[in-house]
Design a protein around this ligand. Structure first.
Ligand code: PLP
Length: 451
C-alpha cells in the first residue's frame, strides 16, 4: 500500500521545499495518523514530532474538540465570506477573542488564509497607511537577511532568504534587508561580545534608514525570534536598540508572529517577551494549531484608525478570509489553550524545563551552542576537530535530520543548525525523551562523519 502511494507521489506530486529529483528510490515518508506529540508512519513507526508539524500543532494531535467544532460549523455554514458588508458568527467571535488576547492597542484583525497572505496584506496596509498620511514616498520596507515571511512573491521579498530571491526574483521593489542578529554565525567568528553585536545589528538598521532617507522608510519587519532562519534568539541588547531607532524616525514596526504567536515563547505573542508594541502583527499556524488553514494581521490603533477613518474601501481580500470553519476551529483552539493554561505552562514550567535539559547537549562534541526560548530550541553543529562549521559539502545538518527521523524523532535542519519546536502540550517525560533522542542522533551523526 505505502509503496504504491510512494510511487504515485513521486509520479504526480510536486512537494514544497523539496528537491524533486533527489527524492530517489526511497521516496517520501508517508505519515498516516497522529496522536498527542507523536506522528505514525505507514510502517507503524511512532515518531516524536519535535517540530509540531511546521511549528504549528501547538495543542498537539488528535483533539476531538477541534474536530467537533469543525464538523458542527461545516453542517451549519460551511462557507460564506466577509466581503461586501456580510459576515458570520465564527469570524466575529474569533476577531473579538484575538483582540482580547492581544496587547491593548491591537483592536482589529484582517483575516487571511495563511501566513504568506498575511504578509502580503501587511505590505498593502503599510503602503496604504503612508499614502493616506500624505507620504506616498515613504514606502521602503526594511527586512532582515535570512528572515522568513512566506512563499508568495511579496512574502519571499519581505523575507531575506537568498535562495528564494535567486529562484523567485525579481523581488517586489522597495524592500531591502539588513544584517540578522545571528551571533553564533556572524558575531562569534569575529570575536564579538553578543550584546555589542546586538547593538551593531540595530545600528545597521539606522544606517540603512539614513541611506534610503528617513522620509522614505515606511516599516521594519522581523520575527521576534527568527524561526526558519535557524531559531535565532537575538542578544538582549537587540530589540531595545531597534525600538529606539524606529521611534526616532517614525517607522512602523511589523512583528511577524506566525511562529512565535500563540504560546511558542511562553506568551500569547512573542513580542510580549521582548516588550515590543508592534503596529502590525501577521499571525497564522498556531492560531488553529494547524488543524485548518487560517491567518491574519492584527492591526494597531494607529494604522487601523487611519485605514477605517480615511481609507474608504480597501481593495484587498481573499475568498477564504475568515473562513467560517477555520475560524470556528481557531476559536475553539484558543479557548482550549486558555482553559488549559497552555501558555502559562510553557512560560513557567515547560520552557524552563526544556532549557535545563536541552542545554546539557552543549557537552556533545558536535555541538557548538545549545539554546532555547520557550518551547523552541536549536543546536549549532560544529566539526569537533576544528571547532568550526563543517565543510558544507558534508551536509551534516541534513544527515543528522535524516538519522533523527529514522531513530524516531523529527528535528529540522537549517544548514547545520538543528531545530526543535514541539507541541506545547508535551510533558516533562516527553521532553526527556526528546533530548535523549537528539543526543542519540548526534552520536550516530558523529560516527558517520568521523574521518
Ligand atoms: N512568517 C513566518 C515567520 C513563517 O515562519 C511562515 C511559515 O513558516 C510564514 C510567515 C508563512 O506562513 P504560511 O506558510 O502559512 O504561508
Amino acid at each position: 500500500m505505502s509503496q504504491s502511494l510512494q510511487a504515485l507521489d513521486r509520479a504526480h506530486h510536486l512537494h514544497p521545499f523539496t528537491d524533486f529529483k533527489a527524492l530517489g528510490e526511497e521516496g517520501s515518508r508517508i505519515i498516516e495518523h497522529a496522536e498527542g506529540v507523536y506522528i505514525f508512519d505507514a510502517a507503524g513507526n511512532r515518531i516524536l514530532d519535535g517540530m509540531a508539524g511546521l511549528w504549528c500543532v501547538n495543542l498537539g494531535y488528535g483533539r476531538e474538540e477541534l474536530v467537533t467544532a469543525a464538523a458542527e460549523q461545516m453542517r451549519r455554514l460551511p462557507y460564506y465570506n466577509n466581503f461586501f458588508k456580510t459576515t458570520h458568527p465564527p469570524a466575529v467571535k474569533l476577531a473579538e477573542k484575538l483582540c482580547a488576547l492581544a496587547p491593548a492597542h491591537l483592536n482589529h484583525i484582517f483575516f487571511t488564509g495563511s501566513g504568506s497572505e498575511a504578509n502580503d496584506t501587511v505590505l498593502r496596509m503599510v503602503r496604504r497607511y503612508w499614502t493616506l498620511k500624505g507620504k506616498p514616498q515613504k514606502h521602503w520596507v526594511i527586512g532582515r537577511e535570512n528572515g522568513y515571511h512566506g512563499s508568495t512573491v511579496a512574502g519571499m521579498s519581505l523575507g531575506g532568504m537568498a535562495p528564494m530571491h535567486e529562484q523567485g526574483g525579481p523581488c517586489v521593489p522597495g524592500i531591502t534587508h539588513v544584517r540578522q542578529p545571528y551571533w553564533f554565525d556572524e558575531g562569534r567568528p569575529e570575536g564579538q561580545d553578543p550584546e555589542a553585536f546586538g547593538r551593531e545589528c540595530a545600528a545597521a538598521i539606522e544606517a540603512r534608514i539614513l541611506e534610503l532617507g528617513e522620509e522614505n522608510v515606511a516599516a521594519f519587519i522581523a520575527e521576534p525570534v527568527q524561526g526558519a532562519g535557524g531559531a535565532i534568539i537575538p542578544p538582549a541588547s537587540y530589540w531595545p536598540a531597534v525600538k529606539a531607532v524606529l521611534a526616532k524616525y517614525d517607522i512602523l514596526l511589523v512583528i511577524d508572529e506566525v511562529i512565535c504567536g500563540f504560546g511558542r515563547l511562553g506568551e500569547w505573542f512573542g513580542s510580549a517577551h521582548f516588550d515590543l508594541a508592534p503596529d502590525l502583527v501577521p499571525i497564522a499556524k498556531g492560531l488553529s494549531s494547524g488543524y485548518l488553514p487560517i491567518g491574519g494581521v492584527l492591526v494597531g490603533d494607529r494604522v487601523a484608525d487611519t485605514l477605517v477613518e480615511e481609507g474608504g474601501e480597501f481593495f484587498h481580500g481573499f475568498t477564504y478570509s475568515g473562513h467560517p470553519v477555520c475560524a470556528a476551529v481557531a476559536l475553539k483552539n484558543l479557548q482550549l489553550m486558555e482553559a488549559e493554561g497552555v501558555v502559562e505552562r510553557v512560560r513557567d514550567e515547560l520552557g524552563p524545563y526544556l532549557a535545563s535539559r536541552w542545554t546539557t547537549l552543549a557537552d556533545h562534541p558536535l555541538v557548538g551552542e545549545a539554546r532555547t526560548l520557550g518551547l523552541m530550541g536549536a543546536l549549532e553543529l560544529i566539526d569537533p576537530v576544528s571547532g568550526e562549521r563543517f565543510d558544507k559539502a558534508l551536509a551534516a545538518g541534513t544527515l543528522c535530520r535524516d538519522i533523527s527521523f529514522r531513530r524516531g524523532q523529527v528535528m529540522r535542519s537549517v544548514g547545520d543548525t538543528m531545530i526543535i519546536a514541539p507541541p506545547l502540550v508535551i510533558t516533562r517525560e516527553q521532553i526527556d525523551d526528546l533530548v535523549t533522542l537528539a543526543r542519540e542522533a548526534l552520536d550516530e551523526t558523529a560516527r558517520c562523519l568521523a574521518p
